[in-house]
Design a protein around this ligand. Structure first.
Ligand code: IPM
Ligand code: MG
Length: 359
């Protein structure tokens, strides 16, 4: 019998609970078919935790995650909490959980689904063959540096500090090289070394490590140029590695190349096999509670969890195949449907995928 894997489930806000419910059906189905065993536990996180517990990241939720083998996250945030003080914002909980769980690496694939090519704003011939991964440093840089408000000579000032040490750069870059090795063996390191000292340290570190990966072709790209090249020649990228803030921006751009942000999954990883998995899309408060959200990104996040944390490649493949089969058969949720009147619900999409999962 397979070992029981503990999965902490934090559904969060908006459409989070709706899409996570479908992903949990997928977990159940893979248990039945492949004999894997999962124990899920649910915790409060984000806006709902602020409402019910007075903090976006309650201690018991964090402990539940720390005791698990992996975390499945829906989405957090919404207009209700947008004007809250810093400590009482869902985003603060998100940054807190990344830091507390040591998740320094955020992996966001941007893949074109053939049957959804028209969903992109780019021309199909530009997109052809695009299959890239943004590896974003997640627990350093300007997100976590010292922040200040003070009185300056010309009135109120604000300061955000960007700090990186060599160790932080080295571990994320090595991980990106390793990932590149398993793919097309091409790595683009993105920085702003013509201006920023942190970027010069980044580039030096990348160059020092590169000889350990002679089989991987390395290019350095300045971040502004990268933003442009992503639109011009997306298919020439394979793995992109970059610091926290640049990665935040470029991963949104890369995700939207595919025209289907509702389809993309992501992983946040630390040193070991532990990981947090979530859809790239947000909590979509505008459509929450209507049962129309696309659950595919969250379902594919389960597949990513199987691959990266558990090494259950057979089940991961089965899920990905099932998603493809359902899409190929023409089923669409409203976000990706050409004819919205033909769109199916979150639950229908989830159930179609579950029934298409086979060994
Ligand atoms: C993301 C989000 C977060 C980030 C926000 C919600 C704090 O944009 O996961 O990309 O900036 O990291
Ligand atoms: Mg972002």
């Amino acid at each position: 019998m397979a070992e029981v894997k503990k999965i902490a489930v934090i559904a969060g806000d908006g459409i989070g609970p709706e899409v996570v419910a479908e992903a949990e059906k997928v977990l159940k189905k893979t248990e039945e078919i492949f004999g894997y065993r999962f124990e899920t536990e649910h915790g409060l996180f984000g806006g709902i935790a602020i409402d019910e517990r007075g903090t976006p990241l309650p201690q018991d939720t964090l402990e539940m995650c720390q005791k698990s083998d992996a975390v499945l996250l829906g989405a957090v945030g919404g207009p209700k909490w947008d004007n809250n003080p810093h400590d009482l914002r869902p985003e603060t909980g998100l940054l807190g959980i990344r830091k507390a769980l040591g998740l320094f690496s955020n992996i966001r694939p941007a893949v074109i689904f053939d049957c959804l090519k028209e969903a992109s704003t780019l021309k199909p011939e530009v997109l052809e063959g695009t299959d890239l991964i943004v590896v974003r440093e997640l627990t350093g840089g300007i997100y976590f540096g010292e922040k200040l408000r003070r009185q300056g000579d010309n009135g109120e000032e604000a300061v955000d500090t960007c700090v990186y040490n060599v160790k932080e750069v080295e571990r994320i870059v090595r991980q990106a090289f390793e990932i590149a090795r398993t793919r097309s063996k091409k790595l683009a390191s993105v920085d702003k070394a013509n201006v920023l000292e942190t970027s010069r340290l980044w580039r030096e570190t990348v160059n020092r490590i590169a000889p350990d990966y002679p089989d991987v072709e390395l290019e350095h790209v300045l971040v502004d140029n990268c933003a442009m090249q992503l639109l011009r020649r997306p298919s020439s990228f394979d793995v992109i590695v970059t610091e926290n803030m640049f990665g935040d921006i470029l991963s949104d751009e890369a995700a939207m190349l595919t025209g289907s942000i509702g389809m993309l999954s992501s992983a946040s990883l630390g040193e070991g096999s532990f990981g947090l998995y979530e859809p790239v899309h947000g909590s979509a408060p505008d459509i929450a509670g209507q049962g129309i959200a696309n659950p595919i990104a969250t379902i594919l996040s389960v597949a990513l969890m199987f691959r990266l944390t558990f090494g259950y490649h057979d089940a991961a493949e089965a899920i990905e195949r099932a998603v493809k089969e359902v899409l190929d058969a023409g089923h669409r949720t409203s976000d990706i449907a050409k004819d919205k009147s033909q769109a199916i619900s979150t639950q229908q999409m989830g159930e179609l995928i579950v029934s298409a999962i086979r060994k």
